[in-house]
Design a protein around this ligand. Structure first.
Ligand code: GDP
Ligand code: MN
Length: 399
């Protein structure tokens, strides 16, 4: 599960990771209030207005702006709140900004220049270890650094059985070229960050930039945190951090019905049980000249209710011109699925597109008979190649 920068920073702070302080708001008026309060708390006179969306590259897309007084805080918040922010991670349609984080300016001048670093923590499955990646090339596109100068990304693998060792934290700080007070601060930062990563059951932390301020403090300016969905039962308080505005509406509806749905751009909706069969079905659709409109796995126990929920979700996509249902009757019997299809069809009423149903496995013939005798605009197929041929025929008749 992805969370917003402001939520991620709250979590990091609770583990003793120093952060760029900020207050999240939804209106320009609140933004000015927040800036005042922040100035009282931290003494800052400049502020950064930061769009809160689940995507990186906000700075380059115009979603992170420096404000040098309260009027500018109001103006820049006005510009950013409500904007459709386009970054290299949002896709061309962008994402609507509902909230901004008003943050203290941490790039103030002082004894030395502020310097940006990169630190991330994730699981290296191949080595069965967590890995901390760090670089002196923080702030800009780390993907570019990884591609052109991979030697500038340092990696330290952490055996989860013994945890982060102090020599490892020091090694990373040295590799980043830090000495004296900044070195000590970085070691503290890495320790707190690693503890937060492990105790929150996260699958990824990416702090870019980590900043060394002009007075040698080390802090997180940005924070991308990915929480592991499978650990939610241990972190009931994290469930509230989910922002449904950031997720595709159909995918949200699907997950609330226990369906695994991913929307795609094609014209043939598919409803399948099992992820592997779903992938194979998408291949067959492509081979027969169609493009899959979605990936939809209804799970092992497909029944009338899940089939109906699946239908409704697929039909909300206006691009869908035909639906292919491909169910293997292993745990579930084909006649039950066929009855489910017929029932769902009747409940939904008029379904505007042709439906091809392929049922294979236990009671396949009976399933096919139920479909054929239902009198509905549903075609049954027993073999996958027949189903594919039917999809092709149906698409040809539409064009
Ligand atoms: P991203 O573009 O989505 O990764 O958002 P970041 O939170 O990383 O911010 C983008 C950039 O804004 C950073 O790399 C900094 O250069 C700049 N920035 C962030 N905070 C401050 C600040 O307090 N002062 C100044 N001057 N710039 C900042
Ligand atoms: Mn960033």
């Amino acid at each position: 599960m992805n969370i917003h920068e402001y939520q991620a920073k709250d979590i990091l702070k609770s583990y003793g990771v120093r952060i760029q302080e900020g207050i999240v708001v939804d209106t320009p008026a609140q933004a000015v209030e927040a800036a005042r309060e922040l100035s009282n708390q931290t003494g800052t006179k400049w502020y950064v207005v930061k769009a809160q969306i689940h995507a990186g590259g906000r700075g380059k897309g115009g979603g992170v702006k420096l404000a040098k007084n309260l009027d500018e805080v109001r103006e820049k918040s006005k510009d950013i709140i409500g904007m459709q922010l386009i970054t290299h991670q949002t896709g061309p349609e962008g994402k609507k900004v509902n909230k901004v984080l008003i943050a203290e300016d941490v790039y103030y001048p002082g004894a030395s220049e502020p310097k940006e670093y990169y630190i991330s923590i994730l699981l290296d499955r191949g080595k069965a270890c967590n890995v901390i990646m760090a670089s002196t090339e923080g702030g800009m596109d780390i993907e570019e650094v990884a591609e052109h100068t991979p030697e500038k990304i340092i990696k330290e693998w952490i055996d989860p059985r013994v945890g982060l060792q102090q020599f490892q934290a020091r090694k990373l700080a040295f590799a980043l070229g830090l000495e004296g007070e900044a070195h000590k601060e970085m070691v503290k930062f890495i320790n707190a960050l690693y503890k937060a990563y492990v105790e929150t059951d996260s699958s990824m932390f990416e702090i870019n930039p980590v900043l060394k301020t002009s007075d040698n403090k080390i802090l997180a300016v940005d924070a991308k945190v990915n929480l592991d969905d499978n650990s939610m039962f241990r972190h009931k308080d994290f469930v509230a951090l989910r922002d449904l505005n950031e997720e595709d509406a159909l995918e949200v509806e699907a997950s609330s019905n226990d369906l695994n749905y991913v929307k795609l751009d094609g014209n043939v909706g598919c409803m399948v049980n099992g992820a592997g069969l779903a992938m194979a079905t998408m291949d067959i659709i492509k081979l027969s000249g169609g493009e899959p409109a979605n990936f939809l796995d209804v799970g092992g126990g497909a029944n009338a209710k899940t089939v109906e929920a699946g239908f409704r979700i697929i039909l909300k996509d206006p691009n869908v011109k035909a639906i292919l249902i491909n169910i293997f009757g292993g745990i579930v019997r084909c006649d039950r699925v066929a009855n489910g299809v017929v029932e769902a069809y009747k409940n939904i009423g008029e379904i505007r597109v042709p439906i091809i149903v392929r049922l294979q496995g236990t009671n396949a013939e009976e399933g096919a008979r139920i479909i054929d005798e239902s009198g509905l605009k549903v075609f049954s197929a027993v073999l996958l190649k027949d189903a594919a041929a039917k999809v092709k025929e149906v698409l040809a008749s539409i064009d």
